[in-house]
Design a protein around this ligand. Structure first.
Ligand code: PLP
Length: 521
């Protein structure tokens, strides 16, 4: 390490003054600093992964970390990169939550593949902005190829299009934004004014979105952001497999129509966040076609099936008007990486605005490919590069095999838990999420059972040994495994289950949990 290492007696202040700030810029003058600095960072990450005590978490609490981070004087830089990384170890790296750990079983976070991480590093270094051709060049075309690749996997035709976004929440927002604009336009056309702006405000209160009780909360959030009322999202009940009931959907489509309301979209979920359930897409598509309603499919989680041997589970998705995918959930990509895809690319025009300094009108005639014309963002990360290198290095089949592995693991976990009388299992996983709870004895009342399971989850976190999620089903507390790591074994899961029982029993018998030890700073 040759740079920015001041003589030992130098104080932080004098060293900060003595270093030419231009030596921090990534340019041709500072390539060694670039390599050394990034290498040092990579070494720290490797150090954490190889630490013999490495766990998915240290069970740290906000009270423990708050003062450490709050006590740092951000106006007083450290003398060198090494010191900053030493500090970072204390404030972040040591206590971070590690998704690649086989006993991280909590939320929809996948371990990431190295080709994608390489893409992340290169993308950040070049720092293309994918709003206009003149800020990205090939990056724009790479993103477009990946959109086309994804729409082909979905089964959309040649007019399909889409755009990368920051995540499923933003993808849902844009999908529903487009659906809203289409609904307003159609209403204006059919009612003679011809101009959606004339009756926009009045119409907003008449728009409805139909979605299942288990769909993601970002659907309701999007409706609110889109200016629709709190009662604009109507819930369709689910069946015993937690899938949208199509008879109930039919009923609501009809009653909205009869009440003179406009069903702006049906949102089907291909992989619900809690259960991984896939709504019956073909039946829903048929109803949407019959009622001429926009079908938006939220495949944030289920999109992994697009590369899996089980892709047929998504049959019907090709009849959607819009689809969202989160590559950062089931394509083993780093956060963030998501896309919204539409069957008819022309609808993305609703997001088109021209700025003279950025994407002037003349660019349309000149066919300059400006992605900002299709996005609700302006400056935008080149997230597509991660998926590009993943496909070019690993290929889609290898990605699919990783996803198939977690599907298999979920099925075997279900078999194991179902055969164990200590556990109650809510769902047989369609994807890789499994909701269950520890039932200490048949006569333990519901509320006590809730507390036992909550305690087990918290104690497990505090111990650092594993992480599971919690959720509520019919008013009762359950635990959840979201399995996205092909390295997790059935044995890992069996051992975590034993820990859950142990912690649960401690709660029942009033035996205190051991206070976790903090690693020395
Ligand atoms: C996670 C999730 C979302 C939200 O995606 P983010 O990338 O977290 O914004 C939307 N829908 C479903 C079904 C999800 O599981």
């Amino acid at each position: 390490m040759s740079f920015l290492v001041p003589p030992a007696e130098q104080t932080a202040a004098t060293s900060a003054q003595s270093v030419d700030p231009k030596s921090y810029l990534l340019d041709e003058h500072n390539t060694e600093q670039y390599r050394d600095s990034v290498t040092e960072g990579v070494q720290r990450v490797i150090g954490e992964l190889l630490d013999p005590g490495h766990q998915p978490t240290t069970g740290v609490t906000p009270d423990q970390l708050g003062p450490v981070i709050g006590g740092i004087d951000l106006d007083e830089p450290l003398p060198d990169t090494k010191s900053a990384l030493d500090e970072l170890e204390r404030v972040y790296l040591r206590d971070a939550v590690y998704f690649q750990h086989p006993r991280y079983l909590a939320h929809l976070n996948c371990p990431i593949v190295i080709p994608a991480l390489l893409g992340e590093a290169i993308g950040s270094a070049i720092n293309s902005s994918l709003d206009t051709w003149d800020q990205s060049a090939g990056g724009t075309l790479i993103e477009r190829r990946l959109i086309d690749w994804t729409t082909a996997r979905i089964g959309f035709g040649p007019t399909a299009d889409g755009i990368f976004t920051s995540g499923g929440t933003q993808s849902n927002l844009q999908g529903l934004f487009v659906a809203r604009e289409q609904a307003l336009q159609r209403h204006a056309a059919e009612n003679g004014t011809g101009d959606p702006e004339t009756d926009r405000v009045e119409q907003l209160s008449r728009l409805r979105v139909l979605t299942s009780a288990d769909s993601h909360f970002s659907v309701v959030k999007a409706a609110k952001l889109l200016g629709m009322g709190a009662d604009s999202v109507l819930t369709v009940p689910t069946d015993e497999h937690r899938r949208m009931r199509t008879d109930e959907l039919h009923e609501r489509l009809r009653s909205c129509h009869e009440a003179g309301l406009t069903t702006m979209a049906v949102v089907a979920t291909a992989g619900t966040t809690d259960f991984g359930s896939i709504d019956p897409l073909s039946e829903i598509a048929a109803l949407c076609e019959r009622f001429e309603v926009w079908l938006h499919v939220d495949a944030a989680y289920g999109c992994g099936l697009l590369v899996s041997r089980e892709s047929a589970r998504l049959d019907g998705i090709e009849r959607a008007d819009s689809v969202i995918v989160d590559y950062h959930k089931s394509f083993f990509q780093p956060v963030s990486s998501s896309a919204v895809l539409v069957r008819d690319g022309s609808v993305l025009r609703h997001a088109t605005y021209h700025a003279d300094y950025l994407n002037p009108e003349r660019h349309v005639a000149e066919r300059v490919p400006n992605q900002v014309d299709k996005s609700i963002q302006t400056t935008r990360r080149f997230d597509a590069l991660k998926l590009w290198l993943t496909l070019r290095i690993m290929g889609p089949d290898a990605l699919g095999r990783l996803f198939d592995d977690v599907l298999d693991l979920a099925e075997r976990t279900w078999e194991m838990l179902r055969a164990d009388p200590r556990f109650e299992v809510v769902n047989r996983p369609e994807l890789s999420a499994l909701v269950f709870r520890y039932v200490p004895a048949a006569d333990v009342d519901g509320q006590l059972c809730d507390r036992v399971n909550l305690h087990a989850r918290d104690a497990l976190y505090r111990s650092g040994a594993a992480m599971v999620a919690e959720t509520v089903v019919d008013g009762n507390t359950y635990l959840k495994f979201t399995l996205l790591n092909p390295r997790t074994t059935l044995r890992d899961i069996a051992e975590v289950c034993e820990l859950i029982v142990e912690h649960g029993n401690r709660y029942l018998t009033g035996t205190p949990e051991a206070e976790p030890e903090r690693r020395a700073s």
